[in-house]
Design a protein around this ligand. Structure first.
Ligand SMILES: Cc1cc2nc3c(=O)[nH]c(=O)nc-3n(C[C@H](O)[C@H](O)[C@H](O)COP(=O)(O)O)c2cc1C
Length: 161
């Protein structure tokens, strides 16, 4: 595979989600991207490195939360996007809220928090691609979400015409 082709995957500005998985006893959070799948069902796809702790927790619980990052959470998205030790919630002072239908914690201050159950998954290179269904959600549309392009974060709050 020509290395230059890999740049193609960086040309789509993806969403930024602070993914949480696990439960009160064993939980983890990581920055990831998520993509819309279908209009008539609340389906989303995510792709997680096989090395990530979140992927291990999702394999155990079959669920995760996608906390759509707000512009106030850029710093947290950077911190959760780099490898580090285990207790990120304590280390980064992350404020959590209880989910209504899953065990994973929600991250306070997010643009939206989507509670998801895994429908199916498959292996792709070093990743596991999950198709998840949203089973509950809440949103704070007064906040602006962010997108990620060329290693930079952008606020998504101005309509282009
Ligand atoms: C903006 C951004 C998006 C990312 N998206 C993903 C992703 O979709 N899947 C993934 O496996 N890692 C992604 N990463 C990298 C993980 O956040 C990073 O490897 C993290 O350390 C994994 O945490 P863990 O190993 O403790 O589970 C992303 C990082 C950033 C900064």
């Amino acid at each position: 595979m020509a290395q230059s082709l890999l740049k193609a995957t960086r040309l789509i500005p993806p969403s930024v989600v602070l993914l949480t998985a696990g439960n009160k006893d064993h939980q983890d959070a990581m920055t990831a991207t998520a993509m819309f799948v279908a209009e008539k069902l609340p389906l989303i796809t995510i792709s997680l490195s096989k090395k990530s702790l979140c992927h291990e927790l999702i394999e155990k619980t079959g669920e995760c939360a996608l906390n759509v990052a707000s512009v106030e959470q850029v710093d947290l998205a950077k911190k959760l996007g780099a490898p580090h030790g285990k207790d990120k919630f304590k280390a980064f002072g992350i404020k959590t809220e209880e989910a209504t239908k899953i065990s994973a914690p929600l991250i306070a201050g997010s643009y939206a928090a989507l509670e998801c159950m895994v429908l199916t998954s498959y292996s792709a290179s070093n990743y596991i691609v999950y198709l998840v269904e949203v089973v509950a959600f809440k949103a704070n549309e007064k906040l602006a979400p962010i997108a990620w392009l060329n290693d930079r974060y952008f606020s998504v709050d101005r309509e282009a015409r």
